[in-house]
Design a protein around this ligand. Sequence first.
Ligand SMILES: C[S@@+](CC[C@H](N)C(=O)[O-])C[C@H]1O[C@@H](n2cnc3c(N)ncnc32)[C@H](O)[C@@H]1O
Length: 231
Amino acid sequence: MEHRLWSSGASDKNKAMVEQLQRYGIIKSSKVAQVMETIDRGLFVPPGASPYFDSPMPIGYNATISAPHMHASCLELLEKHLQPGMRALDVGSGTGYLTACFAIMVGPEGRAVGVEHIPELVTSSIENIKKSAAAPQLTDGSLSIHITDGREGWPELAPYDAIHVGAAAPQIPQALIEQLKPGGRMVIPVGTMFQELKVVDKNQDGKVSIRDETAVRYVPLTSKDAQLQAN
Ligand SMILES: C[S@@+](CC[C@H](N)C(=O)[O-])C[C@H]1O[C@@H](n2cnc3c(N)ncnc32)[C@H](O)[C@@H]1O
């Protein structure tokens, strides 16, 4: 009974967070609202942190779970490229939160792939996803998380309709541009001190166009050693 009361409280708070993002105009699409209601952020944030507070939270290993408004903005930017049956790559998948959202949006007939270079985060992200509404997709194989250097993408399942990069790259990795499908879109923070969230569109002829969406602040997309040594 206690457990049930706690669960419904958590999902109410998740819903309230989504409604607030809608009120602020960050979530515009009903599909994005729906997926963020379906995947409870509380299951992905380490104990002791405030999952529904609009701020990044430390997850260990010099990494963070991005703030709810950043997750929402990236889902908004990628929504048309996350239709049922499509393929999505989440680079620097961390807690697995966005990979789980992608899996729900592309459905079991699509593919959602997370890549992350810290093995412990891959293990905990899989545990998080198992508690979430995306759990069946881990079992049916339409959602998978892999330990690898995300700067190389995940060529085995390329090309992707949507690529999200959750850490800031000094420049856009060529491998990721190559793994983007014609008609596909990548959202990637680029920069070191000053970072811009870039929207990279590949048209049907393979021509790539890049625009700046907004200024952001992410942890770097770097080597595992450099990340673990950072203070
Ligand atoms: C800001 S966190 C975001 C994680 C995820 N989007 C979330 O909200 O839970 C960035 C993640 O990128 C990972 N990362 C950084 N460089 C990477 C690389 N070269 N390859 C794979 N993952 C990397 C970090 O370990 C971290 O988990």
